[in-house]
Design a protein around this ligand. Structure first.
Ligand SMILES: Nc1ncnc2c1ncn2[C@@H]1O[C@H](COP(=O)(O)OP(=O)(O)OP(=O)(O)O)[C@@H](O)[C@H]1O
Ligand SMILES: [Mg+2]
Length: 373
């Protein structure tokens, strides 16, 4: 069953279209992320779900009920705002109790619920502290406890980890996931951090320019992005525009000639693609090749297609991986190789072999050629 349905939702601010015809469903118990660059409409959509903003058109249902015209306090959503928004003059206990007091929950029950919520975020010992006596991560957890205390049917989180340092952020990501699974609550996380969205979510909705660009599992959106925008937003990418040659290779692959990449002056990079991508010969295709799909070796790899001898233009070692830039006669590729255990790090200017499998080229955009070549 879908917990949240967003049907044809648009939101205009004057002439500015913040959201355009967004259509998606979030399933019961799902950890769902809304991912996209700054200004793409993530907070607008979350605020529409929570009821703090009205859509210009479209419908929102929660738990099968149309809530489009209901105020926030009748939607049973727990919301964590980007800046935590704790009440500075209330201690931790009182902050978490706030929503329950509004709901006039009896005192004993209220105390139980507050302590349960604090224990979920592992802050039972901090009930009497004031917000200013807490670290950023602890304040964050109080905000989550406060949102959970009212036992909402939906948890909405707007960039809840954006102000934390890298280490604390990682820890809190695990915490969030643990709490979400433990309570089993349907959760929507807004983030512009692709790694955060990939590592936490059951599914991700990618927003760009107010439109839903793709909806899928982390694996779907990373491996088979719906378009160039998604490919570039989720991780690093080599984009290779190429034309289908009307020729099968003896190895069974389909041959393409790149534009913008040359192996010698005037000689385009030819490469093989594992499966047929176009219907018409001479069509042009934009391929994506992820940096980690390219292998690097000092010696020429045997019996492989798509092998190139290249010159390194940039080398950086980050411990678990080697990040390289490699240039052909024309065009440059980025490469990320798991620490290849070379006796020494290669240096810029050195020549190495790179190779990739025909299956590693993922088509993003296809254009037919009207002239037929
Ligand atoms: N109250 C408002 N009045 C006018 N324009 C607005 C208003 N709120 C948002 N916008 C515009 O709508 C667009 C989407 O804004 P939104 O806050 O949803 O982006 P976002 O994806 O949350 O970005 P960020 O990652 O920076 O928080 C932006 O162009 C923004 O300037
Ligand atoms: Mg925002």
């Amino acid at each position: 069953m879908s917990a949240i349905q967003i049907q044809h939702v648009s939101r205009h601010f004057g002439n500015n279209i913040a959201l355009e015809d967004v259509q998606l469903e979030v399933r019961e118990g799902e950890f769902f992320s809304l991912l996209g660059p700054s200004g793409c409409g993530k907070s607008t959509l979350l605020n529409i779900i929570a009821g703090f903003l009205k859509p210009t058109s479209g419908l929102i249902s929660i738990g099968g009920k149309d809530v489009t015209d209901l105020p926030p306090y009748h939607r049973n959503c727990g919301m964590v705002f980007q800046d935590y928004a704790l009440f500075p003059h209330l201690n931790v206990f009182e902050n978490v109790a706030y929503g329950l007091k509004v709901q006039k929950v009896p005192r004993r029950r209220l105390k139980e619920r507050v302590m349960e919520s604090l224990s979920l975020v592992r802050l039972e010992q901090y009930a009497k502290r004031m917000p200013h006596q807490l670290s950023g991560g602890q304040r964050q957890r109080v905000a989550i406890a406060r949102a959970l205390a009212i036992q909402p049917s939906v948890l909405l989180l707007d960039e809840p980890l954006s102000n934390l340092d890298a280490k604390l952020r990682k820890d809190m990501q695990f915490e969030l996931r643990r709490i979400q699974k433990r309570v089993g609550i349907t959760t929507i996380l807004v983030t512009h951090d692709q790694e955060e969205a990939l590592s936490l979510s059951d599914r991700i909705g990618i927003l760009g320019d107010g439109k839903l660009q793709q909806l899928g599992t982390p694996l779907d959106v990373y491996r088979t992005p719906a378009n160039r925008f998604v490919a570039e937003f989720i991780g690093q990418v080599n984009l290779i525009k190429a034309r289908a040659e009307d020729k099968r290779e003896p190895t069974g692959g389909y041959r393409y000639a790149a534009s913008g990449f040359e192996v010698r002056e005037g000689v385009p990079l030819l490469f093989e693609v594992g499966r047929s991508v176009v219907k018409e010969p001479y069509s042009s295709v934009l391929f994506m090749l992820r940096p980690e799909r390219i292998s690097v070796s000092l010696d020429k790899p045997e019996a492989r297609v798509n092998v190139q001898h290249v010159t390194l233009t940039d080398v950086s070692y980050i411990g678990n991986a080697l990040r390289l830039k490699a240039s052909l006669a024309k065009g440059e590729l980025i490469i990320e190789a798991p620490d290849p255990q070379f006796p020494e790090l290669p240096k810029p200017g050195e020549r190495v072999y790179i190779s990739w499998e025909p299956e590693d080229l993922v088509p993003l955009e296809i254009k037919g050629d009207e002239n037929g070549g």
